[in-house]
Design a protein. Structure first.
Length: 216
């Protein structure tokens, strides 16, 4: 099978990012704002009926919907341009994991064994995006309670592993596609790295990324 040229792979990745962003907007702020529109109609009818107390209760609900929409938009902005990366991949993974844990209730431990490698920015972005994808997959599908992220060195370069204690899955071509492995592989290949996914039903899932030492 012939490998796609880098330009074609970049186009594919950009298209996947657009699709993901469209899904996130639809499921997040768009849904919240749709709810706001519907509740505003309810408030209007209550005010017309001079039911002030009920109208006030509906306005309180509207406030909650708007807060959710604002938080969703902030999250999307952060995902598009993670400011954490300005201080390097180690801090980015640590701070993102902390924020993700706070918003989802998922327990996340980050173990740092490497000595702050000075990787190319493109490599740091690729590692960070895989970390995001893996955590999102864990939260949405794995039914996990905890995740362990390890940042370490290897004979060939640097490693990032993300292991959850979820239900796992049987590794087939379709299940790996659903897991998002292709997008992860494309990202890592563009920076000279590799990614592997190991999963067993009932024993969780582990994502391992490796980038070569010449990136530092």
């Amino acid at each position: 099978m012939h490998q796609k040229p880098d330009t074609a792979r970049i186009v594919d990745l950009l298209e996947e990012e657009r699709k993901r962003l469209a899904r996130d907007i639809h499921d997040g702020p768009a849904q919240s704002l749709t709810n706001v529109t519907m509740r505003l109609k309810v408030v209007k009818r209550l005010l017309e009926s001079e039911r002030q107390t009920d109208a006030k209760a509906e306005l309180d609900r509207l406030q909650s919907f708007l807060r959710a929409a604002i938080n969703d938009v902030r999250r999307l902005i952060f995902d598009l341009r993670p400011t954490f990366l300005e201080n390097g991949i180690t801090e980015a993974v640590q701070r993102y994991s902390q924020r993700f844990s706070q918003s989802t209730g998922l327990k996340i431990d980050v173990a740092v064994a490497w000595e702050s490698p000075q990787l190319a920015h493109s490599t740091e972005v690729a590692l960070f995006r895989v970390c995001q994808e893996a955590l999102n997959n864990t939260f949405k599908h794995a039914e996990a309670s905890s995740v362990t992220i390890v940042l370490d060195t290897s004979d060939e370069g640097y490693l990032m592993s993300i292991r959850d204690d979820g239900k796992g899955f049987q590794q087939t071509s379709n299940s790996l596609i659903s897991f998002g492995l292709q997008g992860m592989e494309e990202r890592m290949a563009l920076v000279g790295g590799i990614v592997r996914v190991h999963s067993t039903v009932g024993h969780g899932t582990t994502v391992v990324c490796e980038v070569p030492r010449y990136n530092d």
